[in-house]
Design a protein around this ligand. Structure first.
Ligand SMILES: NC(=O)c1ccc[n+]([C@@H]2O[C@H](COP(=O)([O-])OP(=O)(O)OC[C@H]3O[C@@H](n4cnc5c(N)ncnc54)[C@H](O)[C@@H]3O)[C@@H](O)[C@H]2O)c1
Length: 379
């Protein structure tokens, strides 16, 4: 990998809510390590307002012009999901590292296409999964790797959020062709990514979903039972219809229950560790609490990404590591739509759910349409 020198020159594509609320403040907080040299947005008013607010000199309405003129070291993609693929591919081709918002892509096929534009020694594309990066999650993963909690046996992964009708007035939301799915794809993805980052690959999934209350094409609730390769079984619920909102994960191991409850971000105080009765003796109990208190946040992931850039190493939440949660989501949609249990290995490159999360042609009249393999291949 050709060496990338600090300060890294960053460009942000898409100057909407997440760029202004999270990415630009996180980039600014990195001080001398990174400099935002350009912003891109097709909406000139939003572009100027964000550029003024954050003092960004380069202002573009065209991504390709920006890449040519600025040759940034990294590009942060904050556009709606439908525009992720083109921005990631163009940025990698221009030699920039990429940090792209969730969901990474509209399908596994798009994800693989983006990955194919990485080079063996970089640049790489990684994706925003900020819930992995707090100290509580890091500590739990270390325990699981070291086997200090015994076997994972059973778990819960709930994203119970509330979004009213107004939320869906933003044109790209609630549509298969622009958002790629409902709360399974767009919201629960945070908790499910944390789940698979702790428990690893899943083996099979049985799911249900429905559009229960909102005027959207996609589901607004989904549930699943997921069996992992380890044998652990986890129930997953994703909802945008839950007035008492919570993000809740629970892992029961042989030796402890580990719980996390928060809404959009956690610190150590949101974690609860309960020892099994046979581990209550303090001499027998490992130190379960994290050594530091790092909140989950865009800033925590950015800092890890900049470390990887400095070392020229593949960052976390890229390649197979970033794909894992998308595989689970594709499995959930396939199971809910076909009303069958789905194995992870079922979704190969000729499976209709590889090419689209709803498995077939996307038409507003048939939101949950399922195309046969033959139909999809000839569509
Ligand atoms: N990680 C999180 O916690 C989190 C939270 C909210 C949103 N998101 C994700 O962030 C992304 C953006 O969400 P948002 O809420 O900021 O949306 P938004 O609609 O507020 O902003 C998107 C911006 O992208 C611009 N845009 C659209 N197409 C473009 C293109 N081709 N080139 C350049 N600019 C373009 C729009 O004009 C708009 O300003 C989505 O992928 C969303 O899922 C992540």
């Amino acid at each position: 990998m050709s060496e990338v020198k600090q300060p890294f020159r960053a460009a942000v594509v898409g100057a909407g809510g997440i760029a202004r609320g999270n990415h630009l403040p996180a980039l600014r907080a990195e001080g001398d390590r990174v400099e935002v040299v350009a912003l891109v947005d097709i909406n000139t008013e939003l572009l100027s307002a964000a550029a003024e607010q954050f003092g960004v000199p380069g202002r573009y309405t065209d991504l390709y012009q920006m890449l040519q003129a600025e040759a940034p070291d990294m590009v942060v993609v904050c556009t709606p999901p439908v525009a992720h693929r083109d921005a990631v591919v163009a940025s990698l081709d221009a030699g920039a590292w990429v940090w792209c918002e969730k969901p990474p892509a509209l399908s596994l096929a798009e994800y693989d296409e983006m990955s194919s534009h990485e080079r063996a020694d970089g640049p790489y594309a990684c994706y925003v999964f900020q819930q992995r990066f707090g100290s509580g999650a890091q500590r739990l993963r270390r325990h699981v790797t070291e086997g200090t909690l015994g076997r994972p046996l059973i778990g819960i992964c709930n994203t119970l959020w509330y979004r009213d009708g107004k939320y869906f007035e933003v044109p790209w939301r609630g549509r298969w062709d622009t958002e790629g799915g409902g709360p399974t794809m767009g919201h629960g993805i945070h908790q499910m990514d944390l789940l698979v980052s702790v428990l690893g690959d899943w083996r099979e999934v049985t799911a249900e979903m429905s559009t229960a209350a909102r005027d959207v094409e996609t589901e607004d609730v989904s549930c699943a039972i997921v069996r992992f390769e380890s044998g652990a079984v986890v129930s997953v619920t994703n909802s945008l219809l839950s007035p008492r909102e919570t993000s809740y994960l629970r892992f029961d191991f042989d030796d402890a229950t580990v719980e996390l409850e928060h809404l959009y971000g956690y610190d150590n105080s949101c974690w609860k560790w309960t020892a099994a009765p046979h581990r209550l003796d303090p001499d027998q109990s490992p130190a379960w609490q994290p050594e530091q208190d790092l909140a989950s946040s865009h800033r925590a992931q950015l800092s890890s990404l900049l470390d990887s850039m400095e070392r020229g190493e593949r960052p976390l939440a890229s390649g197979r590591d970033g794909r894992r949660v998308l595989e689970l989501i594709a499995g959930m949609y396939k199971s809910a739509i076909t009303r069958r249990t789905v194995k992870r290995t079922d979704i190969n490159r000729i499976d209709p759910f590889y090419r689209s999360m709803k498995g077939g042609t996307m038409t507003p009249d048939a939101p949950f349409e399922y195309a046969s393999v033959e139909g999809a291949l000839h569509a």
